[in-house]
Ligand binder design. Structure first.
Ligand code: NAD
Ligand code: AHE
Ligand code: ZN
Ligand code: ZN
Length: 384
C-alpha cells in the first residue's frame, strides 16, 4: 500500500497564476475521495490547448489552476469504491470520461455508439473542480488551486475521477503513450471514428502539427488514395510526406483563396474529407469549401479563440457539404485508449516521430512551452 495513502502529498507543480503567468511552486495534493484516484504523473506531453488556455483564450480557463491533459501516470492510491484501477496501475488520464453506467445514453447503444461525450462530470470539470464541487489542490498559503479538463497533469501528483482513467498495459512506455491522451488520438479518431473514411477516399488536412499529422497517419492507414497536407510553414512538409501525404500545399504560394486552389484547380470537384487542425476560423471555412460537391465532409478539430465564429455561404451546404467536428477523435476513453496502446506496443501504430523535444522535471514545462512556440516542435514531452 502507498505509504501516503489517505495523507496529503506535497509536490512540485507548474501553477497557472494568471494569463501567461506559469510558476513552479510547491503544492499540496489531498487524498482521493470516493470515486477518485490519485496519480503520480510520469510524463506530460504539452498540447496546444494548454497554451491556448494559459494565454487566456479559453472561456472556461480559470486561475489559479493546474493545466495539462496529455499524460501518462501511475496510480498512487484510490478513493472509496474505486474498483477499475488499483495502486501501481499505469493509466492515461482522459479529459473525456466514460461512466459506462447503464442509464447513460452517451455511453451506451443505440445512440451512444456514435459519441464519446459522456456528460457525467462535464459540468464540474468545466468549472475546475472535482465531481463533489471541491478541489484537491492547495497552494503554499492554503489557497485553493483549480483543476483543468479533469486531468491537471502539470504536477507531479494529481487527482482525477475513476471514470477518467484509462488503464493501460503494465509494460506501456508512458512517455510515448502520453500522446494518446489527446493530440495523436484525436487526429487518428477524427479519421477513423468521426468521419469513418472509406479506403480510396481523398483527404485534406489543414495544419500539420501533431494533430494534423496524425490525421494524415490515420488516413494513410485507412487506405486514402490522395492526401493533401496544407500548412503555411513548409518546414512541416517532409514529415507529412513520410506519413503518407501525396500533395503538400502552402497557401502563401497562391494569390487566390486556398479553397479555390484545392477545389477547382488541384481537384475538379473538391476533396472527400477535409480536416481543420489549426483552430483558425478562416481555415475552417476554407476546409469546408474545399470539400467535394455533393458529399464532401469537413471536420473541425482545431479549438478557436474565445468569441470566434465560423461562417460560410449556406449554398456550400445546400450543395451537399457537411460540417462536423470531433472531441478526442470520438474515442471512448476507458475502452478505446488501451487498444491504441496495444497497437503501439505491437508496432502497428507509430508514435515516436511526434516527440521532437524532451525535458526533465516539472520545471521543464516552461522550456516545453518555449519549444512549442518555436515552429519546429510537434510534441514536447516532459518527464517528471
Ligand atoms: P500546432 O500548433 O502544433 O499545429 C498547428 C499547425 O497549423 C502549425 O503547423 C501551423 O503552422 C499551422 N497553421 C497555422 N495557421 C495556418 C493557416 N492559416 N493555414 C495552414 N496552416 C496553418 O497544434 P496541434 O497541437 O497540432 O493542435 C491543432 C489544433 O487542434 C489546436 O487548435 C488544438 O487546440 C486543437 N486540438 C483539438 C482537439 C479536439 O479534441 N478537438 C484535441 C487536441 C488539439
Ligand atoms: N473549453 C472551451 C472549448 C475547448 C475545446 O473545444 N476543447 C476540446 C478539447 S481540446 C483538447 O486539446 C474538446 O474536446 N471539448 C469538448 C469538451 O467537452 O470539453 C470552450 O469554448 O468553452
Ligand atoms: Zn489537447
Ligand atoms: Zn456516461
Amino acid at each position: 500500500m502507498s505509504s501516503m495513502q489517505g495523507q496529503p502529498i506535497k509536490c512540485k507543480a507548474a501553477v497557472a497564476r494568471g494569463v501567461n503567468d506559469l510558476r513552479i511552486e510547491e503544492i499540496t495534493v489531498a487524498p482521493p475521495k470516493a470515486g477518485e484516484v490519485r496519480l503520480k504523473v510520469h510524463s506530460n506531453a504539452l498540447c496546444h490547448t494548454d497554451i491556448y488556455t494559459l494565454e487566456g483564450s479559453d472561456p472556461e480557463g480559470v486561475f489559479p489552476s493546474i493545466l495539462g491533459h496529455e499524460a501518462g501516470a501511475v496510480v498512487e492510491s484510490v478513493g472509496e469504491g474505486v474498483t477499475s484501477v488499483k495502486e501501481g496501475d499505469k493509466v492515461i488520464p482522459c479529459y473525456t470520461p466514460q461512466c459506462g453506467e447503464p442509464e447513460c445514453i452517451f455511453c451506451n447503444p443505440p445512440r451512444g455508439k456514435r459519441t464519446n461525450l459522456c456528460p457525467k462530470i462535464r459540468g464540474t470539470q468545466g468549472g475546475g473542480v472535482m465531481p463533489d464541487g471541491t478541489s484537491r489542490f492547495t497552494g503554499k498559503d492554503g489557497e485553493e488551486i483549480k483543476h483543468f479538463m479533469g486531468c491537471s497533469t502539470f504536477s507531479e501528483y494529481t487527482v482525477v475521477a475513476e471514470i477518467s482513467c484509462a488503464k493501460v498495459n503494465d509494460a506501456a512506455p508512458l512517455h510515448t503513450c502520453s500522446l494518446l491522451g489527446c493530440g495523436v488520438a484525436t487526429g487518428l479518431g477524427a479519421v477513423w471514428n468521426t468521419c469513418d473514411i472509406e479506403g480510396g477516399s481523398s483527404v485534406a488536412v489543414f495544419g500539420l502539427g501533431a494533430v494534423g499529422l496524425s490525421v494524415i497517419q490515420g488516413a494513410q492507414m485507412r487506405g486514402a488514395k490522395r492526401i493533401f497536407a496544407i500548412d503555411t510553414n513548409p518546414g512541416k512538409f517532409d514529415m507529412a510526406k513520410e506519413l503518407g501525404a501525396t500533395d503538400c500545399v502552402n497557401p502563401d504560394d497562391y494569390d487566390k483563396p486556398i479553397q479555390q486552389v484545392l477545389n477547382g484547380e488541384l481537384t475538379e470537384w473538391g476533396i472527400d474529407y477535409t480536416f481543420d487542425a489549426t483552430g483558425n476560423t478562416e481555415v475552417m471555412r476554407a476546409a469546408l469549401e474545399s470539400a467535394h460537391r455533393g458529399w464532401g465532409e469537413s471536420c473541425v478539430i482545431g479549438v478557436a479563440a474565445a468569441g470566434q465564429e465560423i461562417s460560410t455561404r449556406p449554398f456550400q451546404l445546400v450543395t451537399g457539404r457537411k460540417w462536423t467536428g470531433t472531441a478526442f477523435g470520438g474515442f471512448k476513453s476507458r475502452s478505446e485508449v488501451p487498444p491504441l496502446v496495444e497497437d503501439y506496443m505491437n508496432n502497428e501504430l507509430k508514435l515516436d516521430h511526434y516527440i521532437t523535444h524532451e525535458f526533465k522535471g516539472v520545471e521543464g514545462t516552461l522550456e516545453a512551452i518555449d519549444a512549442l512556440h518555436s515552429g519546429d516542435c510537434l510534441r514536447a514531452v516532459v518527464t517528471y
